[in-house]
Write a protein that binds this ligand. Structure first.
Ligand code: IPE
Ligand code: IPE
Ligand code: MG
Length: 256
């Protein structure tokens, strides 16, 4: 199903611009608190950053942008904040899909969507269908997503599809069932807000991603901050298990 080279099964190609950027958008609550605003004001402001980052990725030729919007653990938050986030999601879909479509963006929403209201599920399906043919940028919103959930749902679906192969499954057998099988693995992972953890984001897919942590709070993350993350990414040597000498011998200018 996926034609992308897996980081463990082969050596993915490396370009100057990350093909896939995955972001944990963190720090909305603290941004609001600093301004004596309710936490949810930070989420509203954070949506503006999302808009900016989609534009910035289009301009920079990034092909896949994946944003962690709501984790499977975020249901533990106060009820009022959870319902605000759900309403914001609905509003964002209502307001943004037209513009995304006009800009050639394909929208995907991944996660356990069964826990959302059926009207929200329908809106998501409609937006995905409308934008399915777009090819400039694939924007993935991870909603009620958890990395462990993803691996488990993939394993369960594989078990149902290919019971005879039980006990001999390979990475290549499982990978097509992961929620983001349509995308290459992230080249660059960014987490804003100062925490240095993965918080159950893309556990399988981040195997060889370059990690970038910044103290900038998500509502304040801007083009300059994105460019700083990309610049840091460019300075990395992506060895995928090999030695530096091997890399230089194979492709002297591969990361110039
Ligand atoms: C991230 O910002 C947004 C979501 C998790 C929905 P937070 O709401 O986690 O902001 P902080 O970490 O409390 O500042
Ligand atoms: C991770 O942020 C989830 C999202 C950004 C959607 P959290 O703020 O929920 O992460 P923890 O709880 O601090 O690890
Ligand atoms: Mg947080």
């Amino acid at each position: 199903m996926s034609s992308f080279v897996s980081s463990t099964g082969g050596i993915p190609s490396v370009g100057d611009v990350p093909r896939h950027i995955a972001i944990i958008m963190d720090g909305n609550g603290r941004w609001a608190k600093k301004r004596f605003l309710p936490r949810v004001a930070g989420h509203t402001r954070g949506l503006e950053t999302v808009r900016d980052m989609v534009k910035a990725c289009l301009e920079r030729g990034v092909a896949y942008l994946t944003l962690f919007a709501f984790s499977s653990e975020n249901w533990r938050r106060p009820e009022g904040e959870v319902s605000f986030l759900m309403q914001l999601f609905v509003k964002a879909l209502q307001q943004e899909v037209k513009r995304l479509h006009a800009n050639g963006v394909r929208l995907r929403v991944v996660g356990d969507l069964s826990r959302f209201d059926s009207s929200l599920q329908e809106m998501i399906a409609a937006a995905e269908t409308q934008t399915a043919g777009n090819e400039r940028l694939t924007l993935t919103i991870c909603a009620n997503y958890g990395g462990r959930w993803d691996i488990l749902q993939a394993a369960n679906r594989l078990a149902l599809a290919e019971p005879a192969k039980q006990g001999t499954w390979s990475e290549d057998d499982l990978a097509p069932y992961l929620a983001m099988a349509y995308a290459p693995e992230p080249d660059l992972f960014i987490r804003t807000g100062g925490e240095q953890r993965i918080s159950n984001f893309l556990l399988w897919q981040l195997a060889y991603s370059e990690l970038h942590f910044t103290d900038i709070l998500w509502p304040e993350f801007d083009r300059a901050a994105l460019d700083a993350a990309i610049a840091s990414y460019r300075r990395r040597e992506r060895r995928f298990g090999r030695t530096s000498e091997q890399l230089q011998a194979a492709a002297p200018s591969s990361h110039a």
